[in-house]
Design a protein. Structure first.
Length: 232
């Protein structure tokens, strides 16, 4: 069974994931070199830690499973998260991907909504406008200094705007990257067939940003902001 809802834009989480560094809820920084499509994507719904890929030999029965790091090492968390067979994880992911591909219009609409959100978030003072104001303040500072007048208020505003200018540059880069990710995802979705029959790592990497494992279900967060719950 699936539940379908629209979540917040997840582009910035994807940027963080690409840097291959994550700080867990207990403050532990993790950096993995695993190239598997599920690496740094599967999280524990109980303690918030990563799930790690493990080659398991249970009573001479070999399999590949994913387990919470809190159950594999000493993290300071007591966690009872279930162990998930990799084949089950693939099935859990394949079904929602097909659901999304069968509802392309809804998915693409969610992307359009996210584009509008990114644009709205970018409606702040541009670096050019800030530069103009900084230039005016600089002239006022010189004038006040020559007159030996109090210029503390002007200096405070100058420093505030200078910090705002630095933040505006960062915000502009993040906004451009968010827009690129969303538009790239739109083009990718339009080129995909309606359904797929085999697990596809490329689709997982391109569509999904986070999988959270709970005792009786999984939640999959897509890069469009769509969140699908799968009871498995």
């Amino acid at each position: 069974m699936f539940s379908f809802r629209i979540g917040r834009n997840l582009a910035q989480e994807e940027l963080a994931r690409r840097r291959l560094v994550h700080t867990t809820e207990n403050g532990k920084r993790r950096c993995y070199s695993c190239n598997h499509c599920f690496a740094q994507m599967v999280f524990c719904g109980d303690c918030g830690e990563f799930f790690r890929r493990v080659h398991w030999n249970n009573r001479s029965c070999k399999s590949i499973v994913w387990r919470c790091c809190s159950r594999l090492e000493s993290t300071g968390n007591v966690c009872h998260a279930r162990t998930v067979n990799e084949e089950l994880l693939k099935e859990v992911v394949l079904q929602p991907i097909n659901q999304v591909l069968c509802q392309k219009d809804d998915f693409l609409q969610a992307l359009q909504t996210n584009i509008a959100t990114v644009v709205k978030q970018g409606d702040t003072l541009s670096p050019e406008v800030i530069d103009e104001r900084l230039w005016e303040l600089q002239k006022e500072l010189v004038k006040k200094a020559n007159q030996k007048a109090d210029y503390d208020a002007i200096a405070d505003e100058f420093l505030r705007l200078r910090d705002m200018r630095k933040q505006a540059e960062v915000d502009s880069v993040v906004k451009d990257e968010q827009m690129r990710l969303i538009q790239d995802l739109q083009d990718f979705i339009k080129s995909q067939p309606t359904t797929i029959t085999e697990f596809d790592e490329t689709l997982v990497k391109r569509l999904i940003t986070k999988i959270t494992v709970f005792e009786d279900h999984f939640t999959l967060a897509f890069k469009s902001g769509v969140i699908i719950e799968n009871e498995a």
